[in-house]
Ligand binder design. Structure first.
Ligand code: ADP
Ligand code: MG
Length: 238
């Protein structure tokens, strides 16, 4: 079943066409990875799914419902950015609880959700700490925790590991795989790191200049690239 569906989606900024005729189906529970060179439109595509950018043509559906005119907060999605701004004056518990408090979720339920997320992410012993007392990887986990507590139907990640050092990136890669295994939620993950894409993805979308070059499993793209661009991009590690 298609969980997120894009039909002939267009995005222009002024006169400049950024996304062209994007046709894409993302399945329920799938770990989908967008790859492509810098400026190819990965973030823009993710932001249009999130509703942070309005599309200028085509149809976008989530859970079978057209969401072209539905605001981000009502799309059942949660997005984790590359620069995961945490509130520096709040401890981790409050950082994760903040969105739920605003949504007027019951206090006991907030307590339950925050502890559950913290446990999944292995930061339950750090909940009274402030962000500055944490490592980069721990901060990234808090940012993911903030998304988990909202129980989204779709997670969107925009290069979530690119600010971390190489060793930590490798470790966190496994944590994303585990997170997906545990939650079984649909995940859309942007990276320009081919190895990350090949390890994490059920399927990969290769973008170039705002168009989809190919969609397929890591093995399909590796063994049967449609063109030289895909072959070069998937074949050559960064
Ligand atoms: P990627 O994430 O693959 O690096 P982006 O989606 O950020 O690519 O950008 C795709 C293209 O859209 C780039 O040429 C970028 O300059 C342009 N772009 C992105 N956001 C805007 C914006 N708000 N206004 C104008 N152009 C933009
Ligand atoms: Mg980007």
């Amino acid at each position: 079943m298609a969980h997120v569906q894009l039909v002939k989606v267009q995005k222009a900024f002024g006169d400049i066409q950024i996304l062209r005729d994007i046709d894409l189906e993302i399945r329920d529970g799938e770990f989908m990875v967008f790859v492509g060179p810098s400026g190819s439109g990965k973030s823009t595509l993710l932001r249009t799914i999130a509703g942070l950018e309005d599309i200028t043509g085509g149809t976008l559906s989530i859970g079978g419902k057209v969401v072209n005119d539905i605001p981000p907060a009502e799309r059942g999605i949660a997005m984790v950015f590359q620069s995961y701004a945490l509130y520096p004056h709040m401890n981790l518990y409050d950082n994760m609880a903040f969105g739920l408090k605003i949504a007027k979720v019951d206090k006991d339920e907030i307590h339950r959700l925050v502890h559950q997320a913290a446990k999944i992410l292995n930061i339950d012993h750090l909940l009274d700490r402030k962000p500055k007392a944490l490592s980069g990887g721990q901060r990234q986990r808090v940012a993911i925790g903030r998304a988990i507590v909202r129980k989204p139907e779709v997670f969107l990640f925009d290069e979530p590991l690119s600010n971390l050092d190489a060793a930590l990136r490798v470790r966190m890669r496994y944590e994303f795989a585990k997170l997906h295994e545990d939650l079984k939620t649909t995940m859309i993950y942007v990276t320009h790191d081919q190895v990350e894409a090949m390890t994490l993805a059920d399927r990969i979308v290769v973008l170039a200049a705002g168009r989809i070059e190919q969609v397929g499993s890591p093995l399909e793209l590796y063994e049967h690239p449609d063109n030289l661009f895909v072959a070069g991009f998937i074949g050559s590690p960064k």
